[in-house]
Write a protein that binds this ligand. Structure first.
Ligand code: C2E
Ligand code: CA
Ligand code: CA
Length: 550
């Protein structure tokens, strides 16, 4: 029967892998089964020992030994099977554990991923995906009779500069602070998202104009960063869903266009209007052209001579930016400077011009004995609003081995109005020896009061006044007053835009000692200045002849 049992079909399944394999209980069952099985050989042995067996000693011994051997084999097989089953069950439970751990980890990763997809990790605001999804649902709800959604698109002005000058950690701090302010500006039911970089979007419930103004108000107070006071200026574009076919993509595009329009106006907010896109497209082309030009080094300084009006002696040069594309004529800043100002690119341009001009100037100083020549460089208000710009200027001079008193920085009065810190920066530069010129003097309206507050070293009479000289008897009144003012303040007056001998004579009579203009020479490439530096310097009047040809 034992032998037959081994042939039973169920024996095959004994070695198959099953989830509920025999545990330690299987072993005890086997032991228990073996107890009755031991009776037969034990009985035979007893009979053998207690009296003569039926079939003789050898037969009895044989039967007992055979039964015992058979039993031993059964036990061994049983043990083997049990060990195998236990091993497999262990293996299986290990695998189940591993599988459970993996499933748990996947669940957690999915949750993390969903949180990341829904939220911006830096600011905790909603992500672009979540914003788009929610806006899509709002549009669908509007189609079904709900309220018409509006959105605002925000972009920080000059954020790149914060990153470039104060580092990315500082940039991150600004973004977090801006996010907090946006959150506190609006009720909690407004979805606020960071779309990426320094771009934010708000899903507005209610009047978008009110929301935009509230956002501007909350962002206005300055924030303190590493000891620098920063004003997070922002441009906001708002739009309201136009038609029932309007998609979230359309709305974001419109708000973006409106935002750029606001930025072009110098910040604040603008509402999208059809026709805005065409204007912008043109300007965006110019912007990307400028970005490329900067990267390719196509923005370079040209140099216009500044002369002593009495002797015609060359006193120095004003560096004026030119966009020089290979195969194209050089383009002056009139064509692109406003766009560069609007997009914040002007600061990169100012830096490029300053560095190239200082390097060039140092080379001239090294070549010929012209230690007393001066270099004038224009700096935009935006550039002067950047913390640390004064150190950059001084570092550029140090690097090129140019004494600070050889540099004149030309700024406009609007620069001084903008922000008190600009005044402090200029004073620091002055303390180091750099001179400050108030450019285009007379065209603004606050010049006189600011002259008292921010001492400058030169004032430059705007060329519109020079152009008027000789045209009317009253034309001399303002230049005369400016010379008088300059004398009273012990600073130098420089006349711009001198084109004719008549203008030169009138300006000299009024008391102007220094000037520049087409009469003495237009702005020219550095290589074309070399002869001017060498030949015109000690010789009186030569610059005037040279200028007439230029
Ligand atoms: P600006 O500083 O008043 O420079 C003088 C401008 O008058 C220059 O124009 C110059 O070419 C022009 N000019 C010089 N002499 C005469 C003249 O006799 N007659 C006439 N009609 N014009 C004359 P440009 O180079 O086109 O520059 C225009 C303005 O762009 C500059 O006015 C300056 O404000 C700005 N600019 C130039 N380069 C830079 C720069 O590197 N950075 C910044 N921020 N602004 C710059
Ligand atoms: Ca200037
Ligand atoms: Ca000027």
């Amino acid at each position: 029967m034992v032998g037959l049992a081994a042939l039973h079909p169920s024996m095959i399944r004994l070695t198959q892998l099953r989830t509920r394999a025999a545990g330690p209980g299987g072993r005890r069952r086997l032991q228990a089964l073996l107890v009755p099985a031991r009776f037969a050989p034990a009985l035979m042995l007893y009979q053998l020992l207690s009296g003569p067996p039926l079939g003789g000693i050898s037969d009895g011994l044989f039967a007992a030994a055979a039964t015992a051997a058979l039993l031993a084999l059964v036990v061994a097989r049983g043990r083997g099977l049990l060990t195998l089953a236990e091993h497999r069950s262990e293996l299986l439970s290990d695998r189940t554990d591993a599988l459970e751990t993996a499933l748990l980890a996947r669940e957690r990763a999915t949750q993390d991923l969903r949180r990341q997809v829904d939220h911006d990790t830096l600011t905790g605001l909603a992500s672009r995906d979540r914003f788009v999804d929610t806006l899509d649902s709002e549009l669908a709800a509007w189609n079904a009779g709900g309220s018409r959604p509006s959105i605002a698109f925000l972009d920080l002005n000059d954020f790149k500069t914060v990153n470039d000058t104060l580092g990315h950690d500082a940039g991150d701090l600004v973004l977090v602070e801006v996010a907090d302010r946006l959150r506190s500006a609006l009720p909690a039911d407004h979805l606020i998202a960071r779309l990426g970089g320094d771009e934010f979007a708000v899903l507005i419930h209610g009047d978008p104009e009110v929301a935009a103004q509230r956002l501007l108000l909350m962002l206005r107070p300055p924030l303190l960063l590493h000891g620098h006071e920063l004003r997070p200026e922002v441009s906001i574009g708002v739009t309201t869903a136009a038609g029932l076919t309007c998609s979230s993509g359309d709305m974001l595009r419109e708000a973006d266009v409106a935002m750029y329009t606001a930025k072009r106006r110098g910040g604040g907010w603008a509402r999208y209007q059809s026709g805005m896109s065409a204007v912008l497209l043109e300007q965006l082309d110019l912007r990307s052209g400028l970005v490329r030009a900067l990267a390719e080094g196509e923005i370079e300084p040209w140099f216009q001579p500044v002369v002593d009006l009495g002797s015609g002696r060359l006193l120095g040069f004003e560096a004026l930016a030119r966009w020089c594309r290979p195969g194209h004529p050089a383009v002056g800043p009139g064509e692109w400077l406003t766009r560069a100002e609007e997009t914040g690119l002007v600061s990169a341009i100012d830096r490029a011009v300053l560095c190239a001009a200082v390097t060039q100037f140092a080379a001239w100083r090294g070549d010929s004995s012209c230690e007393d020549l001066e270099l004038s460089v224009n700096l935009s208000g935006r550039t002067l609003q950047q913390p640390g710009i004064e150190d950059e200027v001084l570092e550029a001079l140090r690097g090129a081995n140019v004494p600070p008193d050889r540099l004149i920085l030309e700024v406009t009065e609007q620069v001084l109005i903008k922000d008190a810190q600009v005044g402090e920066r200029l004073q620091r530069l002055r303390a180091a020896g750099v001179r400050i010129a108030l450019d285009d003097f007379g065209t603004g309206w606050s010049s006189l009061s600011y002259l008292g507050r921010f001492p400058v070293d030169l004032i430059k009479l705007d060329r519109s006044f020079t152009a008027e000289l000789g045209r009317s008897p009253a034309a001399e009144a303002i230049p005369a007053a400016i010379v008088h003012l300059a004398r009273g303040l012990s600073i130098q007056a420089v006349a711009e835009g001198v084109e004719t001998h008549d203008q030169l004579q009138r300006l000299s009579r009024l008391g102007f000692r220094v000037g520049q203009g087409y009469l003495f020479g237009r702005a020219r490439r550095a290589v074309e200045c070399q002869t001017l530096i060498r030949s015109s310097r000690p010789e009186i009047g030569k610059a005037i002849t040279l200028g007439a040809a230029g």
